[in-house]
Design a protein around this ligand. Structure first.
Ligand SMILES: [Zn+2]
Length: 75
């Protein structure tokens, strides 16, 4: 999936009984913003790093299959 619905607080929202629910705001959201992400693979021969760029300044790095997540795993 190359886009996901997000709340105005930029957190990912989940579909819950026909409405979107934001775990960060702890309420249902009726207006979501689609956020796009672009995957870029960078290889230096030995290892490959995958950078996923979102449509904001945020970026996640996946290195050697290990996910380094600065947002969703920090709960
Ligand atoms: Zn929210």
């Amino acid at each position: 999936m190359w886009w996901y619905p997000s709340c105005k607080c930029h957190k990912v929202v989940v579909l819950d009984f026909g409405a979107y629910y934001c775990n960060s705001c702890v309420k249902h959201i009726f207006q979501v913003t689609p956020r796009f992400k672009v995957k870029i693979e960078v290889s230096d021969g030995d290892s490959t790093s995958v950078f996923i760029l979102f449509d904001s300044a945020m970026s996640y790095e996946l290195s050697n299959g290990e996910i380094v997540c600065f947002l969703c795993c920090s709960i």
